[in-house]
Design a protein around this ligand. Structure first.
Ligand SMILES: O=c1ccn([C@@H]2O[C@H](COP(=O)(O)O)[C@@H](O)[C@H]2O)c(=O)[nH]1
Length: 266
């Protein structure tokens, strides 16, 4: 079964919400947790416990675990294991991307079944060329996993590069989207909920066949209630929110997930 098929089933069952696990130091403090690996682990595992049965997908932000070195990565291993055991799909938001041979290492680390950091999907950067991801795409496909490729990121600084036009007139984002779609194997694209898709050359047809991870809801300004206005009804879209949910604290996290889901039209 492809990652896209597993994602479609999770969204059909639990809705389009993807709960971000972003243990920022300020959030750890507001949760009454230490700003170290143990705090990140406690937050991560609490979010997984609250998300189980309420959402289909969680997205740990790898940088905020890596910041604590080896202990942080060990914490992330346990968070991912908990999520897997709870039946949640996991997206490791690590934004990896290198030359082809090195990308195989990233795929082995994050997508190989049995790897300590095994996730269901990994975010990757295409800026060394989508072709450099070929081996990683293949490794992911063998395991029924996915690569989610940055196309139009939610931050304002990405637009100048991602909207730039190639010699053939396509935008960079459009070319990335077309190359990912051409693999036809259920990988995904990152398209921020904050961006004007048309300006990036990503009209509805460009995303018809490709799952979308859409960050930018909540803290970055997009509204969950607007999902249907932002993306076509038949697109497979994950609405991702982190800080706006985590701000509810350890006692409010389950209610915040329920509230976020209720706000989403799908
Ligand atoms: O274009 C992108 C790609 C990834 N992200 C990540 O999503 C979350 C957003 O956090 P919020 O607290 O909901 O703003 C974070 O982990 C980013 O690294 C993104 O925002 N935009």
């Amino acid at each position: 079964m492809t990652f896209a098929a597993r994602l479609r089933a999770a969204v059909a069952r639990h809705g389009a919400l993807c709960v971000g696990i972003d243990p920022h130091p300020a959030l750890l403090s507001s949760w009454g947790l230490p700003t170290d690996a143990s705090g990140a682990e406690r937050m991560g595992r609490a979010v997984v416990e609250a998300a189980a049965g309420r959402a289909g997908v969680v997205k740990p932000q790898v940088a905020l675990f890596e910041a604590h070195g080896a202990a942080g990565l060990a914490a992330l291993e346990r968070v991912l294991a908990d999520a897997r055991a709870a039946g949640l799909l996991t997206i490791a938001d690590a934004k990896r991307g290198d030359i082809g041979s090195t990308n195989l290492g990233y795929a082995a680390a994050w997508l190989e079944p049995g790897s300590p950091l095994e996730a269901d999907a990994l975010t990757v950067s295409p800026y060394l060329g989508v072709g450099a991801l070929t081996g990683a795409f293949e490794a992911a496909e063998r395991a029924g996993k996915g690569l989610i490729v940055l196309a139009a990121t939610s931050n304002p600084e990405g637009a100048a590069l991602q909207r730039a036009r190639l010699e053939d007139g396509r935008t960079v984002a459009q070319a990335v989207a077309e190359e990912v779609a051409a693999r036809g194997a259920g990988h995904g694209l990152v398209i921020g909920a904050t961006v004007d898709r048309a300006a990036f050359g990503l009209a509805d047809a460009a995303i018809a066949a490709t799952p979308v991870l859409a960050p930018g809801f909540g803290a970055q300004g997009a509204r969950l209630a607007d999902l249907d206005a932002l993306f076509p009804p038949d697109a497979l879209v994950l609405a991702s929110a982190s800080r706006s949910i985590l701000a509810a604290g350890p006692d409010g996290i389950a209610r915040a997930i329920d509230a976020a889901r209720a706000e989403l039209p799908r």
